[in-house]
Design a protein around this ligand. Sequence first.
Ligand SMILES: Nc1ncnc2c1ncn2[C@@H]1O[C@H](COP(=O)(O)OP(=O)(O)O)[C@@H](O)[C@H]1O
Ligand SMILES: [Mg+2]
Length: 155
Amino acid sequence: MQYISRNLDATLDLGDILGRVAQPGDVYCLLGELGAGKTSLAQGIAAGLGIIETINSPTFTLIHEYQGRLPFYHMDLYRMACVEEGEELGLQEYFWGKGLCVVEWPQIAAELLPRDVLQVDISDQLGARLIELTGHGTRSRQIIEEVDKIVAVKY
Ligand SMILES: Nc1ncnc2c1ncn2[C@@H]1O[C@H](COP(=O)(O)OP(=O)(O)O)[C@@H](O)[C@H]1O
Ligand SMILES: [Mg+2]
């Protein structure tokens, strides 16, 4: 599914929906250039999980943990050097655990990720953002269906 976000609030709104439909064990992979809006989307997702804390980018610590309706693990693997570093951090425990994982720059940890992830591509479109959701399995396709229904009613 494709979603055009014309401003930050529209990205936060989509994030909110993605947070509300999340179930234990879901993994959202956020792809896009620096400044695309990955952390902004993660902030919306946190709000949708009922988290009221400020969501800062986990650029240096790689993982921030929050407790909302579900545990929320926000990761930014931009500075991760190799997949072994991810194994040492115990990324798999998070990916295969009972919370929601939202991963910015997931590429380096590709081999540690479950197969059925929700892929979210964010790209700049003359200042607006094109946000594309791609499902890689039954669960992620179900998420997209649910999001699609909510977006259709809202807009
Ligand atoms: N439609 C939009 N969606 C998300 N962010 C937007 C949008 N329009 C402008 N922005 C701005 O772009 C920046 C995105 O930053 P951020 O979410 O940290 O990106 P990333 O995590 O992908 O590097 C923010 O400064 C935000 O205000
Ligand atoms: Mg970011």
